[in-house]
Design a protein around this ligand. Structure first.
Ligand code: SF4
Length: 698
């Protein structure tokens, strides 16, 4: 099928954390076809995004030259450029002028207001090497730990709970382990839309006779393959999970031997869940007590049980508590560290695991090594040749808040789009307006770039060489298939130049040099060299030797904590931050859809994907629509205490009554004008999955 192509390049998909390996066919420097390869996480399969979402790379709106804000053009919410005609606000510049303006603005802010007046958002869409360079640039060049990325909006609460409980934020087993399990929980996730190829493995497991339980307030296609489907009440995760823990504890279905050998905190858990009987929790979570008992018993007594979860678990003010309950389930039953068992938060972006590992997080250096630990800090100071900030940095939403308050004065944003992705957009966009200096490095004039002082045209996924780490901890090689358009440059080279101009004394000749430095300081990359990833295409970490496959299952010999033991942290039932009331009677939840990816900057410019889902929609149960005397297909206004948007109403039986779902990929009706910025206190993740809303006829 590809004999007519000029070349076929082996790479990986740019979208979700499944990390499907691809064959990219190129003709006349354009991608003409993408097929699946026989990678460990996809075995030749691709979903609609991976197969058809590639033409954004050559979209006419690609940035080809650096842009600089015109002299005297103020930033305000009422004075934004038309993205199709940005010349009212921006002019083209040479690279020399743009780099100098970008770097001097950052350096001036640092020297005038101090290192904590700057912040940087790196990208989970970029390579591991770019993520490593970006965090190093902020830590060494800016002088603070104010560096974060979209993990904060995604699985930060899961990682907080996993780090606290088992000493590692990564998955304990790959999603292919579903094939070895007897019992599979998929909770707060819609893999058919968000991890479609992983979903094929779940369906295969069901076909092979494994019991799947789907737990989510919204229904979904995977439920057709499930043994039980628990459509619990939105926000009632802890009530439901504590009831399951209660059953396992009171019926003594736990693994006493495993607990004694490996786990602390069981007595506190027993005390905590004593009152959470299924009968008491039934009205709270909306699941019959008998079902809760049956599911808890089957999870505990199955030989091998595994849990997969998504952002329905993590994106709550009690997201860390939700994950703590899942961890407790696995720990008290010993369902971790063996084939077919484990804990797997399904990662969102193609490289959110790798970007987090590489240190794009304000509390930790690469590989989750605390910035507050003097020994760790000393090692990085020796490596990077600079005294480093001993204080944790600010997280994504905190940075935006401080920009709003005028404390953060300059930002460097590489490949992130906070003017779409952050909660409470009226606030977030006002904060971007208040920055003295904003540098945006991206492939399009994104919604965020409209607020920039300098825009640096960067490389698309299909144009760059580098490694990506998928949800399974598989480090994989992405290869360039296309030339860079116009004057666009490689991201890592732009970072390198900016870094040198603000005084980061680094020297790298190739991306492989960056990887080599990472591998020298990240225990997770021990025995994984650049050449090895080039040769083998995919290497799972941790790997025990350079010539032995990595370990797919971890925690078989204890946990990577100080004493090797895991820790249970019991959770209480806490209400969502904002409950429905008379004025805003519905629960609003936001998320992704199959055809579009996150803020839509790529897939809205991918012709076939945008043709499939071309307009913003709000999904509601048909009975709810009828009750409100509305009809599917009409344009409605969805509003919350923070803002309102207009979109088309779509009937969806998967939605419970009293509920409205809005995808966040449509810039013409950005869902995050509605969302609640209130944070989970541990993971600092906003409550994207629950706030009070109303839907009105227009
Ligand atoms: Fe790409 Fe994910 Fe689809 Fe695979 S499942 S093709 S990685 S979007």
């Amino acid at each position: 099928r590809t004999v007519w192509a000029d070349k076929v390049v082996n790479s990986v998909c740019p979208y979700c954390g499944v990390g499907c390996q691809t064959k990219v066919a190129v003709k006349d420097d354009r991608i003409v076809q993408v097929d699946g390869r026989d990678g460990p996480s996809n075995e030749n399969r691709l979903c609609v995004k991976g197969r058809f979402g590639f033409d954004y790379v050559r979209h006419p709106q690609r940035l080809m030259k650096p842009l600089i804000r015109r002299e005297g053009v103020a930033k305000s919410l009422d004075n934004l450029p038309d993205p199709s005609n940005p010349w009212t606000h921006f002019r083209e510049a040479t690279w020399e002028e743009a780099l100098e303006k970008a770097a001097s603005g950052l350096a001036r802010t640092r020297d005038t207001h101090g290192p904590h007046a700057l912040a940087g958002f790196g990208s989970a869409k970029g390579t591991n090497e770019e993520a490593y360079l970006f965090q190093k640039l902020v830590r060494v060049g800016f002088g603070s730990n104010n560096v974060d990325h979209c993990t904060r909006l995604c699985h930060a609460s899961s990682v907080a709970a996993l780090m606290e409980g088992v000493g590692s934020g990564a998955v304990s087993a790959p999603f292919m382990a579903a094939a070895d399990a007897d019992f599979i929980i998929v909770i707060g996730a819609r893999p058919e839309q968000n991890h479609p190829v992983a979903n094929t493995y779940f369906k295969q497991a069901a076909k092979a006779g494994k019991k799947i339980v789907v737990m989510d307030p919204r229904g979904q296609g995977l439920s057709r393959f499930a043994w039980r489907s628990l459509q619990f009440k939105p926000g009632a995760d802890v009530a439901m999970l504590n009831a399951m823990l209660n059953v396992i504890v009171t019926e003594k279905l736990y693994d006493e031997q495993y607990i004694q050998a490996n786990v602390d905190g069981f007595e506190a858990l027993k005390a905590k869940v004593a009152d959470f009987t299924p009968e008491a929790m039934e009205p709270v979570c909306g699941i019959a007590a008998a079902t809760l008992r049956e599911v808890a018993r089957t999870y505990a007594t199955s030989e091998r049980s595994i849990i997969f979860w998504g952002m329905g678990v993590s994106q709550h003010t009690h997201g860390t508590d939700n994950a703590r309950c899942l961890i407790a389930l696995a720990l008290i039953t010993g369902h971790v560290g063996r084939p077919g068992t484990g804990l797997h938060p399904l990662r969102g972006q193609n490289n959110v695991q790798g970007a987090s590992d590489a240190g794009l997080i304000p509390m930790v250096f690469p590989d989750y090594q605390s910035v507050e630990n003097p020994d760790v800090r000393g090692r990085f100071e020796d490596l990077w040749g600079r005294t480093l900030d001993p204080k944790r940095g600010l997280t994504v939403v905190e940075i935006i808040d401080e920009a709003y308050d005028g404390k953060i004065k300059a930002m460097y944003v590489q490949g992130e789009n906070p003017a779409m992705s952050d909660p409470d957009q009226n606030h977030a966009r006002a904060a971007l307006c208040r920055l003295d200096h904003l540098v945006v490095q991206d492939i399009f004039l994104t919604e965020t770039a409209l607020y920039a002082d300098v825009v640096l045209p960067a490389s698309a996924h299909a144009e760059k060489l580098g490694t990506y780490t998928n949800t399974n901890r598989q480090v994989q090689m992405g290869r360039p298939a296309l030339n860079l358009p116009g004057e666009a440059r490689q991201d890592w080279e732009i970072l390198y130049d900016i870094g040198r101009r603000i005084g980061v004394g680094w020297t790298y000749e190739t991306v492989a040099d960056v990887f080599a430095e990472m591998a020298s300081t990240m225990p997770s990359l021990k025995n994984i060299s650049w050449d090895r990833v080039m040769r083998e295409e995919s290497v799972t970490y941790p790997a025990d030797a350079p010539d032995r496959p990595g370990n797919e299952i971890i925690f078989a010999q204890g946990f990577p904590t100080r004493d090797g033991r895991a820790r249970i942290v019991p959770a209480d039932v806490l209400p969502p931050d904002e409950m429905p009331d008379v004025e805003f009677p519905l629960v609003l939840s936001t998320g992704r859809m199959l055809e579009h990816w996150h803020t839509g900057s790529m897939t809205r410019r991918a012709g076939m994907l945008d043709a499939l889902e071309p307009e913003p929609v709000a999904l509601m149960n048909p009975r709810e629509i009828l009750r409100r005397e509305m009809r599917a297909g009409e344009v409605v206004q969805v509003s919350t205490r923070r803002g309102e948007i207009e979109l088309t109403l779509r009937a969806d039986r998967d939605c419970p009554e009293g509920f409205v779902f809005v995808p966040f990929c449509f810039n013409e009706a950005a869902a995050n004008f509605l969302t609640n910025p209130q944070l989970d206190p541990f993971g600092k993740i906003p409550e994207f999955k629950y706030c009070a809303a109303r839907v009105d006829k227009r």
